[in-house]
Design a protein around this ligand. Structure first.
Ligand code: SF4
Length: 498
């Protein structure tokens, strides 16, 4: 669908189009007035005393209008945030009226839906009141509000990071084959030549980061080796990386090695992981249906996942997470339910349920009619929550992405004592993260999240290998403040929560 958008605030158009996507799926975005558009959106505003009135009008295939009224107050940043929110709410209400659709997450398009409730709690509100306030503003459903409350309650019972404790990430952006839905920078390992050059560069960055942490008195509370698929490394390379990172493991409460693709897992690699002190791995079926796995470009089968899971148990790995995706092409709720049953029957310690994210309308066309509807995906996600609860799992972290099937969410579930602290540290932006590897992003979080500085590593793998020393300089610069002669683009992280 082609949608045109005219408003007095072109700087907010990206977020306003995101609201349109919630109702229509990924649309073709047209700036300004366009008579040929299927849907034309016009936003206008005026002042009435101390109130700013924003009005959204729809014409074309849908017709409706709605207003949002807001007192103008606060500092410049707050006024800007409230202004954007007000325009989004006017547009949201007009779209609800025009389509009759009530999206479960309401007008909330940010990736961290717990953040707003936590911020309200930071102002002194108890959880129930803070959740009710956010629900009311953003028109969130009772079910999703309940999910957020449950997650925050679990998180409040977990150990908080100390002042000198950070999270560490080590990235291996290579995979055995590329999944069709992949949005990461990961590439196929191919003949392994680039991977062979990548490992020494990564080890150099790990050693430099450990030295930086020692100099600053920092310790790792969680370490996550992710990707890509770290187990795409051969046994010798994997041992080299684990050995280089071992000083981090010795300090950490938790070490995860992502072993997502079961076709890359061997008994030798699992033994090396267990011997290194890493206690958590992730083995990711995504679906137990081999036809689905073939359709999305995952060159493995459910029986390989089963074998990998049992081998990991034999190797003595105590904490196994398994990922499923709701909304895969060709799957209906019954197929997803079957995947869920098979995975839960293995009794992993943690389960992560993602919903498929499709970035562009062109990708949507590629899948044709094979994608389940938003309602079907909602059924899958609800079923996962119910079945996980029956098996003693509690939801402990959540994040959302743009363009998710059914505009839903990704949720991590864990049995008591098996949450992944790294996932929390990453998602809630409460903890400094030092990240190593191509495309990895380090973040320095000031107490109370007053300011977050970022230092991204280059994404291009050849550049990363050639410029790894500069990646270390960027990390040092994080702790020295902005603009001290480093080339790294460091900026204050933008919180696009609302
Ligand atoms: S395994 Fe993950 S990182 Fe690798 S191609 Fe698939 S989605 Fe991307």
């Amino acid at each position: 669908m082609r949608v045109s958008l005219r408003s007095p605030m072109p700087g907010f158009h990206k977020e306003l189009f995101d609201i349109v996507d919630v109702f229509m799926g990924p649309v073709t975005r047209l700036e300004g007035e366009d008579d040929a558009a299927d849907l034309r959106v016009t936003l206008a505003q005026r002042q009435e005393g101390s109130l700013r009135v924003c009005e959204a009008s729809l014409s074309g295939r849908f017709k409706a209008s709605a207003q949002a009224r807001q007192a103008v107050y606060g500092d410049a940043l707050l006024i800007k945030r409230l202004h954007k929110r007000q325009l989004k709410l006017a547009l949201f209400d007009a779209l609800v009226e025009a389509t009759g659709i009530r999206p479960p997450w309401g007008a909330l398009t940010g990736i961290r839906p717990t953040r707003l409730i936590l911020d309200a709690m930071g102002e002194g509100l108890p959880l129930d009141q803070a959740a009710a306030q956010v629900q009311d503003i953003f028109r969130i459903s009772d079910e999703k509000t309940g999910l957020l409350k449950e997650i925050i309650a679990v998180q409040q019972g977990l150990p908080q990071a100390g002042a000198n404790e950070i999270a560490c990430y080590i990235g291996i952006p290579f995979c055995a084959s590329r999944c069709r839905y992949c949005s990461f920078i990961s590439r196929e390992a191919g003949d392994g030549r680039q991977l062979s050059a990548y490992v020494p560069a990564l080890i150099k960055e790990i050693a430099g980061t450990i030295a930086l942490m020692r100099a600053r008195g920092l310790t790792a509370r969680s370490v996550y080796i992710g990707g890509g698929t770290p187990t795409v490394l051969d046994e010798q390379q994997l041992c080299q990386v684990l050995e280089a990172a071992r000083p981090l493991f010795e300090q950490a409460l938790e070490v995860t090695v992502e072993a997502g693709r079961p076709d890359t897992i061997t008994r030798g690699k699992l033994r090396a992981i267990a011997a290194s002190g890493a206690g958590r791995i992730s083995v990711n079926p995504q679906s137990v249906h081999d036809a689905t796995l073939r359709a999305v470009g995952r060159d493995h089968t459910w029986s390989q996942t089963l074998a990998a899971f049992h081998q990991a148990r034999e190797a003595g790995i105590p904490h196994i997470n398994m990922d499923l995706i709701a909304g895969l092409p060709g799957e209906d709720p019954a197929m997803f339910a079957h995947s869920l049953s098979q995975v839960l029957a293995l009794s992993p310690e943690a389960l992560t349920v993602h919903t498929l994210s499709i970035k562009r309308s062109s990708d949507m066309r590629r899948y044709g009619d094979s994608l389940p509807s938003g309602q079907q995906v909602e059924q899958m996600v609800s079923l996962a929550r119910a079945r996980a609860a029956q098996r003693g799992f509690a939801p402990y972290y959540i994040y959302r992405q743009k363009h998710m099937a059914g505009n839903l969410e990704n949720v991590g579930y864990a049995k008591p004592g098996f949450v992944c602290l790294y996932n929390l540290d990453m998602m809630e932006d409460q903890t400094t993260v030092l990240a190593m590897g191509a495309g990895a992003v380090s973040k320095l979080v000031y107490p109370g999240r007053k300011c977050i500085l970022r230092a991204p590593n280059v994404k291009d793998i050849a550049h990363y290998i050639a410029r790894v020393g500069e990646m270390l300089e960027r990390k040092h610069a994080l702790f020295e403040g902005v603009g001290k002669g480093v080339r790294a683009p460091m900026e204050e992280a933008e919180d696009s929560e609302d």
